[in-house]
Design a protein. Structure first.
Length: 161
């Protein structure tokens, strides 16, 4: 009952930023691009996909609850423009339930996307070449291991896994 049109591929490379100044510290606005994977589904899957594929644990721990509240209050403001009461259309407890219910999808997407995002060296899948890792490859493997581990720990904490 709470489905929306979802982007389907919300990650950092599909977001364009407009900044208030030249040093790229103060984001004025952003736009999602590359809509070919659009589907009708849960806002929870979309938000968690972004949080687990594009945001590291330090940022999630510090800002996740605030980001989710901002998202919900922004949606409330948008719905008010159409004279809709968010408490009737999409109550906050339903929003939280969607996050819980569709969190497993974001875990699956993180499992797929994190090796790509972290540039996980493909020679690790070849026994004969697995010992030929550069320092950069080792850094990428370490980055992947940390991000995947933190994703799993967060999913356990949220009682998704």
């Amino acid at each position: 009952p709470y489905s929306v049109i979802c982007h389907g591929d919300v990650w950092i490379n599909n977001v364009m930023y407009n900044y208030h100044n030249d040093n790229e510290e103060d984001i004025k606005e952003l736009r999602l691009v590359d809509w070919q994977m659009t589907y009708y589904g849960s806002v929870g899957s979309e938000l968690l996909y972004y949080l687990y594929c594009c945001v590291d644990k330090t940022v999630r721990d510090r800002y996740k609850d605030e980001l989710l509240r901002i998202y919900y209050s922004t949606m409330e403001g948008f719905l008010l423009k159409f004279s809709l009461d968010i408490k009737k259309v999409f109550p906050f407890d339903a929003f939280e339930e969607q996050l819980q219910k569709f969190g497993l999808y974001s875990f699956g997407m993180a499992s797929f996307a994190l090796p790509l995002l972290c540039k996980y060296p493909e020679q690790l899948f070849d026994d004969e070449k697995s010992s030929e890792l550069s320092e950069e490859d080792l850094k990428n493997v370490n980055d992947y291991n940390q991000r995947m581990r933190s994703t799993i720990l967060d999913m356990i904490e949220m009682k998704i896994l």
